[in-house]
Design a protein around this ligand. Structure first.
Ligand code: ATP
Length: 313
């Protein structure tokens, strides 16, 4: 039995037609499956919790949706040792799929995934991140990244953005992030941060614009915030911009978008297993683009090999 959690509202509702085509493939291949459609924000977490409590030794769970749905699913899984997770990206950003090298051809992805399941694949172990901060009751998992500051403000605005809906209709969803980044950069307040790493190092930064714990190399619609981050090395990467006036950051952003930040002093990319940031004033925090409130103390932690993942290309 294969379980599907499907968000047909992803990509502003354009996903329904793709899901119908997927169902045809499942029926043609006589696959035994159960599909659950999400009916409200947060529903995917409840569904994943129920599915992961089923008394089966190995549970194949496939997420059909965008990065938000994936984040909800991993935060519902109660026993990662029995779940093998597949991702069929049909959202607007799909950073997880991009970061994992999954193609945009959803139907071929599904066929590949079914082949893996038929060969009783155990999946490939990849790391997850975990973020703790005062606005969250319990720590939250992330598969792509969790950030504070500019990237989080942009994610928060994008969640309810009419601009995103409009640009999605024109297949220009990525442009939402660029426009919101420019607008937010000039309206946001920066802060100072004391950062303590579990390997014993500590540092102080001023005028911090963003700091993100990256599991994958990209976030925000494909921006390579941490060009060297890989999801199976037992480490996260702290991507930061600091000690720079906001107007200058505006001119330096193209280097970030091109993945050339190592040549620019104001950007950092520091590998770590666990670190805590103490901020001088609260910043917005996100996990995989999901809003995690306003916070002054943020801890990022790597959970090595936590997720068994159906790797397709
Ligand atoms: N039936 C529903 N009605 C309203 N919102 C929903 C429903 N199902 C899921 N959601 C919410 O929709 C949000 C966005 O979905 P998702 O991330 O899958 O798509 P997306 O935003 O198009 O893609 P991406 O995050 O990759 O840009 C999720 O965070 C989830 O909380």
């Amino acid at each position: 039995m294969i379980y599907f959690i499907v968000n047909i509202t992803a990509r502003t509702g354009k996903s329904r037609a793709i899901w119908m085509e997927m169902k045809e493939i499942l029926e043609n291949r006589s696959i035994e499956y159960k599909a659950f459609q999400t009916r409200y924000a947060g529903h995917a977490t409840n569904l994943a919790r129920k599915i992961s409590s089923l008394p089966e030794d190995r549970i194949y769970l496939i997420t059909v949706g965008g990065d938000g749905t994936l984040n909800e699913v991993i935060n519902g899984i109660t026993d990662f040792s029995r779940i093998v997770l597949g991702i069929l990206p049909i959202g607007s950003g799909n950073d997880f799929a991009r970061g994992m090298g999954i193609s945009k051809d959803t139907l071929s992805n599904l066929e590949q995934m079914l082949d893996l399941i038929e060969s009783a694949s155990e999946g490939t172990a990849i790391d997850l991140g975990e973020v703790s901060c005062e606005a969250l009751d319990t720590p939250k998992y992330f598969a792509i990244s969790s950030g504070a500051g500019l990237d989080a403000i942009v994610c928060k605005k994008a969640l309810h953005s009419r601009l995103k809906k409009f640009l999605n209709q024109l297949h220009l969803g990525k442009l939402t992030y660029l426009l919101l980044t420019i607008e937010s950069l000039f309206s946001m307040t920066t802060c100072d941060a004391d950062i303590v790493f579990n390997h014993g190092e500590a540092m102080h930064v001023s005028h911090m614009i963003f700091s993100a714990g990256m599991n994958l190399r990209i976030e925000g619609g494909g921006v390579p915030m941490a060009p060297d981050a890989v999801p199976d090395d037992g480490m996260l990467c702290l991507a930061m911009a600091h000690d720079v006036p906001k107007w200058l950051t505006f001119f330096l952003l193209p280097f970030l978008v091109a993945g050339k930040q190592k040549y620019i002093r104001v950007f950092d990319c520091i590998p770590f297993k666990e670190c805590t940031l103490h901020l001088s004033s609260p910043l917005t925090v996100h996990a995989d683009g999901e809003y995690c409130g306003e916070n002054t103390t943020i801890t990022y932690k790597c959970l090595p090999g936590k997720l068994h993942f159906l790797k397709i290309s």
